[in-house]
Design a protein around this ligand. Structure first.
Ligand code: NAP
Length: 517
C-alpha cells in the first residue's frame, strides 16, 4: 500500500479510517499515494476552523493578513521543486504546464499580499460614500463590508490543484475567513503537500487552513448560515451543491465556476497570413495543447470569416502537427497526459459526439506517443474539428453546447460580424472570449457586445501581439467567472474578490458616529 495522505482538520493531522482511494500516475499507470476522509469528525473540524481560525484571523488587520500571504508564498517558493515532481507524477504535465498551476498559484498569492497591504490597518471596509437619508444632512447611511464569521469551504476541480487552491484561499484569508479546502481526489496530492508545507512552517493561526482529501460526503451538511462555498467543477456537481439544504434553507453563499465553451474570434476584414490571423492561429494551437486542453478557459470554438476557413484550418493544423505528445519526463515532449483513464474515455466520447456534426481537420490519433505506452498512458493528440460552411454553423448545436475537456477545438466559419457574435453567444455564457483584429474601433465594439455574456473579453491586436497575457491565463487583476452555463460566478478581479467573503451592511447613523468608522 502506498503512503496515505493525512487530512488537516481541527488543528491537527488526521488519517481517514476507510480503505482509501489511490491516486495514479496517468502516464506510467502506477499508484502514487492514496487519500481517505472516512471517519473524520467534520462537525468538530468545521467548528474549530470557524471559531478558532476565524477569531484569530479577524483579530488581525488587512495589512497583517497580507503579510501572512506573503510568508505563505515564500514557503511555497522554497518548495517549488517538490511541487513540480508531484505535478509530473500525478497530473502528467510537462514543466511549462505545471508552471501554469504552481507558479500561477504563487503569483496570485503574491498579488493579494500586495493588494492587501494597500488596505492598511483596517478590520472592515467602507463601501462607497455616506448618503444623506433625508433633507436633514445629519443622519446618513454608510455601507460597510465586514468579514463573514464563517468558514470558506473551497471545492476544487482536478485540473488546478495548486492555483485552484490559492486563487480562492488568498482572497478568503486576506478577508479574515478561515479555509477548508477539498481538492478533487484525482490530483489531491499537490494541494495536500502545499497545505502541509504551510502548516509545518507555522505561519497561519491554528484553524485558518484545513484540507480534507477524499470523498466530499458530509462536507456540505456542516455548513452554517455565515459559511460560504466556492466551487469549481462540472455543471452536474454544481447543480447538486445549489440544491443542497445548506444553500436552499440556510442561505449559504455559493460561488460556482463550471464548464464553458469559450471562443476565439477573428474579426472580419483580416487577411490570411496577416498579423491578426497569425495571432489567432498561434493562440488557438497553444490553447488546445496547454495542459492537454484541460483548462476551463481553453478555446473550444474558433470563429473565422467563411473565406478564411481553409487557410485557418491549414495554419492551425500545421502547428498542431508539430506537437509531440507523451511522457512529460522526455525532453522532446511538449504535451503530456490527461489526468486519468476516465478522462481519456470521456474525451474520446466527446470527440465522437462532436464528429457527428463536424469534419476532422487535424486528427489527434495520428500522433505517435513518445516514450509512453498507449495501452497505459492517458495521452491523446490534439484534434481540430471543423464545420465546413457558415450555414452549417447555425445547425451544429453540439459544437456550441459541448465542452470536451481535452485537446479539442472546432473551427467555425461565419458570414458577417453579426453572425459571428450570434454564434459566440450560442455558448450561453462563457468564462472568456478572445478577439483578434487590427481595427481598434471594431474590436472595442465587439468586446462590449460580448461583455454581457462573458466574464472576460481578451482582445489581441498586433501592437499587443507580444505582450498580451494569453487567452486562457487567468490573471488575478481580472475577473474570472462567467454568466449562464459558466456557473454565474465571480472570482479574482483584484480586490473585488473580497466581496464574496464579506457581508455588506448599511450603518445608518449621525455624521459623528459615521466619522468614527
Ligand atoms: P467535478 O467532478 O464536478 O468535481 C469537482 C469537485 O467537486 C471535486 O473536488 C469533487 O470531488 C467534488 N465533488 C464531487 N461530488 C461532490 C458532491 N456531491 N458534493 C460536493 N463536492 C463534490 O469536476 P472535475 O471533473 O474535477 O472538473 C472538470 C470540470 O471542471 C470541467 O467541466 C471544467 O470545465 C470545470 N472547471 C471549471 C473551472 C472554472 O474556473 N470555471 C476551472 C476548472 C475546471 P472528487 O474529485 O472527490 O469527486
Amino acid at each position: 500500500m502506498t503512503e496515505l495522505l493525512s487530512n488537516h482538520l481541527g488543528g491537527r493531522w488526521q488519517a481517514g479510517t476507510g480503505a482509501g482511494t489511490a491516486l495514479r500516475d496517468p502516464v506510467l499507470g502506477h499508484e502514487l499515494v492514496h487519500v481517505d476522509a472516512a471517519g473524520l469528525d467534520l462537525a468538530a473540524g468545521f467548528a474549530f476552523a470557524r471559531e478558532q481560525g476565524g477569531a484569530a484571523l479577524r483579530a488581525l488587520d488587512y495589512r497583517e493578513r497580507a503579510a501572512l500571504l506573503g510568508a505563505v508564498s515564500r514557503v511555497l517558493q522554497a518548495n517549488r521543486d517538490a511541487y513540480y515532481d508531484i505535478a509530473t507524477a500525478n497530473s502528467g504535465t510537462v514543466r511549462n504546464d505545471s508552471a501554469v498551476d504552481i507558479d500561477g498559484g504563487i503569483f496570485t498569492l503574491g498579488t493579494y499580499a500586495k493588494l492587501g497591504d494597500g488596505l492598511g490597518a483596517r478590520r472592515f471596509l467602507l463601501d462607497g460614500e455616506a448618503a444623506r437619508l433625508g433633507k436633514e444632512p445629519l443622519f446618513q447611511s454608510q455601507h460597510v463590508l465586514a468579514p463573514t464569521r464563517g468558514v470558506a469551504l473551497l471545492i476544487n476541480a482536478f485540473n488546478f490543484p495548486a492555483w485552484g487552491l490559492w486563487e480562492k484561499a488568498a482572497p478568503a484569508l486576506l478577508s479574515g475567513v478561515p479555509v477548508i479546502v477539498k481538492p478533487a481526489t484525482a490530483t489531491a496530492w499537490l494541494t495536500q503537500r502545499m497545505v502541509r508545507d504551510v502548516i509545518e512552517a507555522g505561519i497561519l493561526p491554528p484553524g485558518a487552513l484545513s484540507v480534507v482529501c477524499g470523498s466530499a460526503a458530509g462536507l456540505l451538511d456542516q455548513l452554517q448560515p455565515f459559511d460560504v462555498v466556492s466551487f469549481t467543477g462540472s455543471a452536474d456537481t454544481a447543480a447538486l451543491i445549489r440544491s443542497h439544504a445548506a444553500v436552499t434553507r440556510r442561505s449559504v453563499r455559493v460561488n460556482i465556476e463550471a464548464d464553458s465553451v469559450n471562443s476565439a474570434l477573428l474579426l472580419p476584414g483580416e487577411a490570411a497570413g496577416g498579423e491578426a490571423f497569425d495571432l489567432l492561429v498561434r493562440e488557438a494551437a497553444r490553447e488546445m495543447t496547454v495542459k492537454s486542453g484541460q483548462k476551463c478557459t481553453a478555446i473550444r470554438r474558433i470563429f473565422v470569416p467563411a473565406a478564411l476557413y481553409g487557410a485557418a484550418a491549414e495554419a492551425i493544423g500545421a502547428r498542431l502537427r508539430k506537437t509531440t505528445v507523451g511522457n512529460p519526463r522526455h525532453d522532446a515532449v511538449r504535451m503530456g497526459a490527461l489526468v486519468s483513464r476516465a478522462q481519456l474515455d470521456t474525451v474520446r466520447e466527446g470527440l465522437a459526439y462532436l464528429r457527428e456534426q463536424a469534419e476532422v481537420l487535424h486528427d489527434g490519433a495520428t500522433h505517435a506517443l513518445v516514450d509512453a505506452d498507449p495501452a497505459v498512458a492517458c495521452c491523446v493528440g490534439p484534434t481540430l474539428l471543423g464545420v465546413r460552411d457558415a450555414d452549417g454553423a447555425d445547425g451544429a448545436d453540439r459544437v456550441h453546447d459541448t465542452e470536451v475537456f481535452g485537446p479539442v477545438a472546432t473551427l467555425v466559419p461565419y458570414r458577417d460580424a453579426a453572425h459571428a457574435l450570434a454564434l459566440v453567444r450560442r455558448g450561453q455564457g462563457s468564462l472568456v472570449a478572445s478577439l483578434y483584429g487590427s481595427d481598434a474601433a471594431a474590436l472595442a465594439a465587439a468586446a462590449v457586445a460580448l461583455a454581457d455574456s462573458h466574464g472576460r473579453v481578451h482582445v489581441v491586436s498586433p501592437e499587443v501581439g507580444q505582450s498580451h497575457t494569453g487567452h486562457g491565463n487567468v490573471m488575478p487583476q481580472s475577473l474570472h467567472g462567467g454568466p449562464g452555463r459558466a456557473g454565474g460566478g465571480e472570482e479574482l478581479g483584484g480586490l473585488r474578490a473580497l466581496n464574496f467573503y464579506h457581508r455588506r451592511s448599511a450603518v445608518q447613523a449621525g455624521t459623528g458616529v459615521l466619522a468614527q468608522l
